[in-house]
Write a protein that binds this ligand. Sequence first.
Ligand code: GLN
Length: 562
Amino acid sequence: MKYVIVSGGVVSGLGKGVTISSLGRMLRGCGLRVTSIKIDPYLNVDAGTMSPFEHGEVFVLGDGGESDLDLGNYERFLDIQLTSEHNITTGKIYREVISRERRGDYLGKTVQVVPHITNEIQDWIERVAKVPVDDSGEEADVCLIEVGGTVGDIESSIFFEALRQFQFRVGYENFCLMFVSLVPILSDEQKTKPTQHGVKSLMSLGLSPKVIFCRCPLPLEQACKNKISAFCHVPSDNVISVHDVNNVYHVPLLLMQQNLHRIIAKELNLEAKMQIENPDMKKWSDMAHSVDGFTESVKIALIGKYNGLQDAYLSIIKSLKHASIACERKLDLVWVEASQLESSDNEEYESNWEKIKTADGVIVPGGFGTRGFNGKCIAAEYCRKNKKPYLGICLGFQAMVVEYARNVIGWDDANSAEFDESTAHPVIVFMPEIDKETMGGNMRLGARNTKFTHKHDDGSMATAQIMYDCAEIVSERHRHRYEVNPEVVDTVHDAGLKFVGRDETGERMEVAELPRSQHPYYVGCQYHPEFKSRPLRPSPPFYGLLLASIGKLDEFIAENHA
Ligand code: GLN
């Protein structure tokens, strides 16, 4: 196994995740199998209990792991499926060591940060790197490891110490350290000092990078590369310019243009294994370039809670992008704060409704907590009545059901028990198997099957099912505590909101829609399809939304489903 370790310095938010995913994409193009591990030096066991408005979205993995959003970047760019173990946190490592100590595994010994914690980190990396992550079912050739945070942080120091030891454990020729830095431009001059300081801190930990990525608004000048080379102990060819490009899909190509694949082949002794001369990047490169050329756009209103951090909805935005690429449109995403749709006594009321009215399609993503829930229901009602394409995900699906119960069935007080426990019409209820006492990792999480069984009255197949290539069973990821109340399923279904997809027992509702004879696209799913979308393979419900939004869904269905 070859290890490529990437850490960052100077500031956070440099796009380390995108750089590493792009590096991985490039290696995939050279014929290597690639896996990845993200190290997060915080004490939370996983990201499940962390606020998306502070840390960005909680990414859900197939095995139900709730992880840092960077694992989503890796899955999308590398087209792999990771597990909860691929996200190492300080919390997980300490929990493991402490439970061993309690079991008596270290009997007689003093349990210490060095060597017990550092050994546990190294064992963990070696074990998880071997887990197959792509369809081949085989072990990867290269394991990318991202160390979260910035070099010099107190909390990440133990991981750097473990990695310092690790280079001897696995051998120097199997270990390649890289550093992502920032080169700011002041008075037209590209400044190298922050990079010099970052690399110095890394060296003081006994680690010396072989490649330095420099984030810069403009391409790095040769003089700047030379200076970094001189001060940071790397050849100037190994100083890679990661400047701003038209879209992120260009980054793998940008790295390749600077011969990063050759550098890695040499450093890690991979020349014989890699397709260096004719890498397979054509589809990817065509996509990256096509995105630059789109002239028409599609406007989608995203109705959620907004506080300035777009990362809170990262996978949703990526999925909309993937689907818009397949539709050959620029994505014009407009944000709507759900709570401001509720009553006209706030200043933004009119402008938010204007955004919805002028959008080609609407998406209501998942969420927790009562703020804005009624706004989401009113938006669902508006889209239903005005034939505006709508996709509801998780809470957005639950809002469709609540709205339908209130306005079509006539249960004025219908609600989710999450927001009103005493309503006479709880159409969304707490799932019986969920434990109310604890918070971490106890939702209905991860991949589960949905079965499409329903045919609409006119004999047509459900739109959602058609979008999944007419598959009868699909697997998507979940993260919820509440579900459609089994006692109201028949009433809602018979009233017209059709539950077209259910779990394998038939008791849990997964997908609802209005027949296409009534609405161009009104679809909701309890699961989160956004976690499995890929740049070259958009998620089916998203693709359906976008096609309907540009008025091409019927054409697509006629062509793909005779
Ligand atoms: N809060 C809802 C539930 O727990 C929806 C969750 C979600 O949207 N992820 O069921």
